[in-house]
Design a protein around this ligand. Structure first.
Ligand SMILES: NC(=O)c1ccc[n+]([C@@H]2O[C@H](COP(=O)([O-])OP(=O)(O)OC[C@H]3O[C@@H](n4cnc5c(N)ncnc54)[C@H](OP(=O)(O)O)[C@@H]3O)[C@@H](O)[C@H]2O)c1
Length: 241
């Protein structure tokens, strides 16, 4: 396959959990991937190759987004998919949050989406094609009394709305925006000891696997008429009780 024909993705938070699963699934399907996280060069599961370029960086900084997009274009020549997945989860009682918590979570979960997405648009416009998937969370429109997590709600709830607004703003450029919203998924974000209790929060009585979330991202990538959508991968949480 000609290098310029191979599809290219940027995945943020690719060192662990959902982002790692998305990265591995794309590589298995013949994609080239730029994976980014603060410590990704130390991730045991990922080895740089002709199809995988790793960038250590903090998504809350605009300069990281510039470096990542430069690397994608320099090494792989195009950008077909951006997955805004990097995230921090900091559950606490609302009044216990301090300024540093606010800045850390909002800058990672929200500013990360903002800067990365701004930087990929010019290239996607040049190509007249592209797709951005934002990883939000099922709790943003179905909060649970079992978890005090206002900063997760505050940082992730704009993402489905932003996907819809940007899907319209860039429809004429053939750039799609969609959201995937997991409930509790089996990643290092949640200690194994809590999984059985957490599964009870889902009507389907199991927590999600990384593959459940990966499947939603792959579906959206293949579903070229789907834009502005939000797929909840939540075992039925959003359906009600
Ligand atoms: N697991 C769940 O139950 C669940 C539920 C709802 C939504 N989500 C969302 O799904 C996404 C992935 O979560 P996960 O469960 O896979 O978590 P995870 O295993 O903890 O992975 C988080 C990833 O984000 C990266 N990251 C964190 N802060 C970063 C920063 N400032 N800059 C760059 N990378 C950063 C981490 O790598 P470094 O430490 O190397 O930076 C890691 O690669 C998150 O956005 C999360 O909010 C997860």
């Amino acid at each position: 396959m000609n290098t310029t024909e191979q599809l290219v993705a940027i995945v943020t938070g690719a060192s662990s959990g959902i982002g790692l699963g998305i990265t591995q699934a794309l590589l298995e399907r013949g994609w080239r991937v730029v994976g980014i996280s603060r410590t990704i060069s130390t991730a045991k599961e990922l080895k740089p190759s002709s199809d995988l370029f790793l960038v250590d960086g903090d998504v809350s900084k605009k300069e990281t987004a510039i470096r990542v997009v430069d690397a994608a274009l320099k090494h792989f020549g195009r950008i077909d998919l951006l997955v805004n997945n990097a995230g921090i989860y900091l559950p606490k009682a609302f009044t216990d949050y301090i300024e540093e918590d606010y800045n850390l979570v909002m800058n990672t979960n929200f500013a990360g989406f903002f800067y990365m997405t701004q930087q990929v648009i010019p290239q996607m416009k040049n190509q007249n094609s592209g797709h951005v998937v934002n990883i939000s969370g099922a709790s943003v429109d179905q909060p649970s009394a079992a978890a005090n997590e206002l900063l997760a709600i505050l940082s992730k709830s704009p993402l489905p709305a932003a996907s819809k607004a940007l899907a319209l703003e860039y429809a004429a450029n053939n750039i799609r925006f969609n959201t995937v919203s997991p409930a509790v998924a089996n990643t290092p974000m949640h200690a194994k000891a809590n999984h059985a209790e957490l599964a009870k929060l889902h009507p389907l009585a199991r927590i999600g696997e990384v593959s459940d979330v990966v499947d939603a991202v792959l579906y959206l990538q293949s579903a070229t008429l789907v834009a502005g959508e939000n797929i909840r991968v939540d075992g039925g949480v959003h359906a009600g009780r």
